[in-house]
Design a protein around this ligand. Structure first.
Ligand code: TRP
Length: 337
């Protein structure tokens, strides 16, 4: 007799990444690398948010290329496009539709308080467009469209997630339980990788070139960046984030790149000099991460038809989930459906 087990539906995880440049080593070790392990327990959508990207002027050919490359890179980093839904935001119209509706349930005041809006408009004075202003509403739409329970986000996106929750609750208060109110996903593991030149700040691709390693950097550039990494003026290799942020960051990167504990990493470098540490960490990153990822990326990128197929199929899978929520929302607000 076969056992008749009823399995509860899996919770949904949603995350988005802009196709502007490539993910950094920090994005990889802190997020992408660990996403692969979530597929067993959750239904995961990883969306390439090209619609968010055009809030800043983009070169069209470059944007398209970046978006496709990011998809290939996701796969190269170990995300299985059958087990996860990897797709382009602009290829499913639901994002734009829900975003419009949610605009009508979000206040100017709320959006005006967003730190990222203030920062980005200070940087882009010549192009403070309304898309930049309503950026968080589109992000709320991304999340709420799929009944998302959990969102892996960095600190810089917390305020946006908080807004998504507020809008969801506001809508639910008026119309009943339409949206799942999302929460931040706090990973069980996942490193917090800091800048190589200012190790008290998080590694970010919006900082200067030498401060971060991109997954697509040439191996010799990676080694060079590690050789230039900022350390401190004593000579001891020990893990101490407060007193020795640069050394601690290198140890953290090494431990993660080699899959060993920080203690084991510290033990390996006992009695060694900073120069040796920097070179060894650089080589481990290149050998264990950069080269394998870039090798797989090159393979995947060769097959344009395969990538097109993945995009098409996954946008359809996303739509299948999204349409249920979108229909409900349209009905609730009074559209003819
Ligand atoms: N705004 C996010 C960022 O710049 C990207 C993003 C868009 C996102 N939609 C999302 C992240 C939904 C999480 C969930 O990093």
């Amino acid at each position: 007799m076969t056992e008749n087990t009823v399995t509860a539906p899996k919770k949904i995880i949603f995350s988005g990444m802009q196709p502007t440049g490539y993910p950094t080593l920090g994005n990889y070790l802190g997020a992408i690398k660990n996403w692969g392990a979530l597929q067993e327990e959750y239904d995961c959508l990883y969306c390439i948010v090209d619609m968010h990207a055009i809030t800043v002027r983009q070169d069209p050919a470059q944007l398209r290329k970046n978006a496709k490359n990011l998809l290939a890179l996701f796969i190269a980093c170990g995300l299985d496009p059958e087990e996860n839904i990897l797709y382009m935001q602009s290829q499913y119209h639901g994002h734009a539709e829900l975003s419009w509706i949610l605009n009508c349930y979000t206040y100017m005041g709320e959006l005006g308080r967003m730190t990222q809006f203030k920062e980005k408009s200070a940087k882009n004075e010549a192009n403070i467009n309304t898309g930049l202003f309503t950026y968080p509403v589109l992000m709320a739409a991304d999340i709420l469209l799929f009944g998302t329970a959990l969102v892996p986000v960095g600190d810089d996106q917390r305020q946006h997630l908080e807004l998504s929750r507020d809008v969801a609750m506001r809508f639910n208060n008026i119309y009943g339980d339409v949206f799942t109110v999302p929460e931040a996903y706090i990973p069980k593991s996942g490193a917090r990788i800091m800048s190589l030149t200012e190790p008290t700040r998080k590694m970010s691709k919006s900082d200067e070139e030498n401060s971060y390693v991109s997954l697509m950097d040439a191996p010799d550039a990676v080694i060079r960046k590690f050789k230039r990494a900022v350390t401190d003026s004593d000579m001891e290799i020990r893990y101490d984030q407060a007193e020795k942020p640069g050394i601690s960051n290198l140890l953290e990167i090494y431990a993660n790149a080699c899959g060993i504990s920080i203690d084991a990493a510290v033990a390996e470098f006992e009695g060694k000099g900073y120069g040796h540490l920097k070179t060894t960490v650089g080589e481990a990153v290149v050998g264990n991460i950069i080269e394998p990822v870039q090798g797989r990326f090159a393979e995947i990128s060769k097959d344009a038809a395969y990538l097109d197929e993945i995009m098409k199929k996954n946008a359809q899978r996303a739509a299948q989930i999204g349409e249920r929520v979108l229909k409900k929302v349209k009905k609730k607000v009074g559209f003819v459906v």
